[in-house]
Design a protein. Structure first.
Length: 229
């Protein structure tokens, strides 16, 4: 069964070149048809990955990412002709899984796409469930549970908690987490990781979870049950 990719891009040349290239590699592509109805198209197509440009008609990519994240944990890679650090941080803050600056080499895009699917399948196949204290992480269901509480997680959030739950109450270095999320430290700043961690903490807090993730200054992060801190 082919992995399905939804391409939300306004430049028709980029649309054509990107879709034709990824289709040659065996992916099923659906190119946006109505820039006012991105959520509807996501619901109808049910993609396994979204490639989302920032500059779009009507509403920008940040808006659509935030809207998609209200109902879906599908991986999202941002595309942008502006490669400033602020755009990358903003993308991660909206819930993106990765960021590619345009113009990009098609082989680089393919590597990013393959990495997303490889990480998702490898982790979910190897870890059906991870537990720590009263917490249960369910990668296949993309969910974290605590007593009678539950919250849906993005792929990157699952990976972060998976790493931290594997060695609870021990520090996991920032470089280790960055490599696990993006398979490279190139083009990835500490800011991107910090924003991703902040977003995860806010999500858990908003769903009533006790404090769980703690920062080890200049080193990394760990999980500690708030009763044990």
């Amino acid at each position: 069964m082919k992995n399905k990719i939804y391409l939300v891009e306004d430049d028709q040349t980029v649309q054509q070149i990107t879709s034709e290239y990824l289709e040659r590699w065996g992916y099923e592509l659906f190119v946006v048809k109505d820039f006012k109805s991105v959520l509807t198209e996501v619901s109808d197509f049910q993609p396994d990955l979204i490639l989302l440009d920032i500059s779009l008609p009507y509403f920008n990519g940040y808006y659509w990412c935030e809207e998609i994240r209200k109902t879906s944990t599908v991986p999202i890679i941002f595309l942008s002709s502006a490669d400033e650090t602020m755009n990358m941080v903003m993308a991660m803050n909206m819930g993106a899984d990765d960021f590619i600056a345009k113009p990009f080499d098609l082989s680089f895009l393919l590597a990013k796409v393959q990495a997303i699917f490889r990480r998702e399948y490898t982790f979910k196949e190897n870890e059906r469930q991870l537990t720590y204290k009263n917490y249960t992480l369910l990668p296949i269901e993309a969910e974290l549970r605590f007593k009678n509480l539950s919250v849906r997680l993005t792929q990157n959030e699952i990976k972060i908690l998976g790493l931290l739950f594997t060695t609870p109450e021990q520090t996991v270095g920032k470089e280790t987490i960055i490599r696990a999320l993006w398979e490279s430290e190139e083009f990835i700043s500490d800011n991107s990781l910090a924003v991703t961690m902040t977003r995860l903490r806010k999500k858990l807090n908003a769903h009533g979870f006790p404090s769980l993730i703690y920062t080890v200054k200049s080193v990394g992060y760990m999980v500690i049950s708030s009763d044990e801190k």
